[in-house]
Write a protein that binds this ligand. Structure first.
Ligand SMILES: [Zn+2]
Ligand SMILES: [Zn+2]
Length: 259
């Protein structure tokens, strides 16, 4: 766009930070970016559930002890709270597609030696986003997980492929009690491109990890279609109970990371 028209547009619709609403050129301003709480160890070695660093903990959470998950490991970049929660809502429900890049970038930054280091992205062969049902896709106009997946796939230099399809609409998992979530997504996905999936290590991408029921169902379908391994990577996960208890825990978690 010509700088003159860009200037006129900025006068009419000044660019704002999508998280705090202040006049800023970046989709997420510096202050909001800095306020996003990255997930720090210790976490469950399988599902990535963050542990209270003050509590003496086992390598696995109670949910992962004594049962096999269809995915080998799950990690998330940051907590679903504050500016990140605001930005995700703007991204998903107000179609602020401009947020795909910075939010996907937050995930890419969590790889390497960040909170998602255990995903060992260097040995991933193909990236796949959790699909939306076509009715939801039509209504929203885009799949937020695919937007995130594109950035992550680009960062690790692997293809993002539509390996899964959502064959029936499901209720939003957040609206359901934990015990109904598995039934809600059971049988809702089908594998595409089976010849591509066979014997591959797949990185499955979504925006939120709540109970992990959607991820487990997608991983199950991919494994059944021949995937060697499925690793799960989400942008955010809810703040655990122990962390909500107060700022003390927060400060302590931060200290743990620095060590
Ligand atoms: Zn801001
Ligand atoms: Zn776990």
């Amino acid at each position: 766009m010509h700088p003159f028209w860009r200037g006129m547009l900025d006068l009419l619709y000044p660019p704002r930070c999508e998280a705090c609403g202040r006049l800023r050129r970046e989709p997420i301003c510096g202050e909001c970016s800095a306020a996003i709480e990255r997930i720090r160890p210790p976490v469950c070695e399988v599902c990535g559930e963050p542990f209270d660093p003050r509590a003496q903990t086992a390598p696995k959470c109670a949910d992962c002890r004594g049962r096999r998950r269809p995915f080998s490991v799950a990690r998330s970049a940051a907590y679903y709270e504050g500016p990140l929660a605001a930005a995700i809502r703007r991204f998903k429900y107000h179609s602020q597609l401009v947020l795909g890049k910075p939010l996907g970038g937050l995930m890419a930054d969590a790889l390497g030696d960040g909170p998602a280091a255990d995903l060992h992205a260097e040995t991933i062969e193909v990236v796949c986003a959790v699909p939306l049902h076509e009715s939801r896709l039509r209504e929203r106009g885009f799949n937020q997980s695919r937007e995130l997946g594109e950035v992550v796939a680009g960062a690790i230099g692997k293809p993002l492929l539509p390996l899964l399809e959502r064959t029936r609409p499901t209720l939003p998992q957040v609206d359901l009690p934990a015990e109904s979530r598995r039934a809600n997504v059971q049988g809702a996905f089908e594998a595409n491109l089976r010849e591509v999936i066979a014997k591959q290590r797949v990185l499955l991408i979504d925006d939120l990890f709540t109970t992990g029921a959607t991820m487990a169902e997608c991983a199950r379908v991919l494994r059944r279609a021949g995937a060697e391994e499925v690793r799960v990577f989400t942008l955010a996960r809810p703040v655990p109970q122990w962390r909500r208890a107060g700022a003390d825990a927060r400060a302590l978690a931060r200290e743990q990371w620095v060590d």
